[in-house]
Design a protein around this ligand. Structure first.
Ligand SMILES: Nc1ncnc2c1ncn2[C@@H]1O[C@H](COP(=O)(O)OP(=O)(O)OP(=O)(O)O)[C@@H](O)[C@H]1O
Length: 286
């Protein structure tokens, strides 16, 4: 295990997925975050949420963001999503400026897929119509979008539930539908904020296996926020640990465990060492 204390850790990105160059398959983009600061201005004063965030995420890489409650994980993810303007700094996606001088390029962010803790499905739409919605908004014809949405339902294990309504699904199934919807437009980057945080432990384990499979087959770049160190280690190529007040990158830990990973990996000494090492860093902040 190698734990780097600086965000400039040398790390060899995985080779870009070959499928990424084929038509109809996601074209993953890397992310470059430089000098990002975020201060919230409130009636009770300023809250300095992020300071000097420098981070490169390689094309096709899976990065987990962890840290104590309130350290700025969601703030950083919202900046990366285009939902929140940084106070300073830049974000680039695949060499295209996304945030520069507080201005966003909508076209860049339109290529990103977002998944939050709540699935946020439209209750009056069926699963397939929810998944197809981003395609509808892009003007894709009904037959084509239904075909693509059914394909995505199969990818996330929802075959047979295409015509169900969200209320007829379990929490895990709703999150799978949300992931399928985020994948509908072949996102260049998939940003996920505690997507499995509300699920029971067994469902969460299964979703982690499925997400790993989806990441491998789609080749997309993923930034994943979680409170769970073991989930972060299980999924990631690298784990980024933030420290609070203001949020800074404390360490970047490469996860060199072989893929595909199964639940058995969690019983290995290598996995245990990585988790303990990260927990120790968190404890040192007390
Ligand atoms: N809209 C807001 N206005 C003012 N302060 C905010 C706002 N959103 C977040 N903050 C503050 O910014 C800091 C970082 O919050 P953020 O939600 O990004 O942390 P987090 O690491 O995602 O927390 P958690 O793990 O609890 O979800 C906190 O001090 C929080 O109080």
């Amino acid at each position: 295990m190698t734990t780097h204390q600086a965000p400039t850790a040398t790390w060899a990105p995985p080779p870009p997925a070959e499928e990424a160059t084929e038509p109809g398959v996601p074209r993953a983009a890397g992310l470059r975050v430089a000098g990002v600061d975020k201060t919230y201005t409130t009636r009770r004063g300023d809250v300095h949420a992020l300071s000097g965030i420098d981070l490169e995420v390689a094309r096709g890489e899976f990065v987990s963001l962890v840290g104590r409650s309130g350290c700025g994980k969601t703030t950083l993810l919202r900046v990366l999503s285009g939902l929140l303007a940084p106070t300073a700094g830049t974000v680039e996606a695949g060499d295209r400026p996304a945030w520069v001088a507080g201005r966003r390029d909508d076209a860049v962010f339109a290529e990103f897929g977002l998944v939050f803790q709540e699935a946020n499905l439209f209750p009056w739409f069926t699963v397939v119509d929810n998944v197809a919605l981003p395609l509808k908004l892009r003007g894709v014809g009904r037959a084509e979008r239904r075909a693509r949405a059914s394909e995505l339902c199969a990818t996330v294990g929802l075959t047979g539930f295409e015509d169900s309504y969200p209320r007829e699904l379990s929490g895990g199934m709703r999150q799978r539908a949300a992931i399928a919807r985020a994948l509908a437009c072949d996102p260049s980057v998939l940003l996920m904020d505690e997507p499995f945080g509300a699920l029971d432990a067994m469902t969460r384990d299964r979703m982690n296996l499925e997400l790993q499979h989806i990441h491998a087959s789609s080749g997309t770049t993923v930034v994943f926020v979680t409170h769970s160190i073991s989930e972060a280690v299980f999924l990631a190529d690298r784990v980024v640990l933030l420290t609070p007040r203001p949020g800074r990158i404390r360490s970047i830990t490469p996860i060199d465990l072989p893929r595909p990973r199964t639940v058995e990996v969690e019983a290995t000494p290598e996995f245990g060492e990585l988790v303990v090492g990260l927990r120790r860093q968190l404890d040192e902040e007390d």
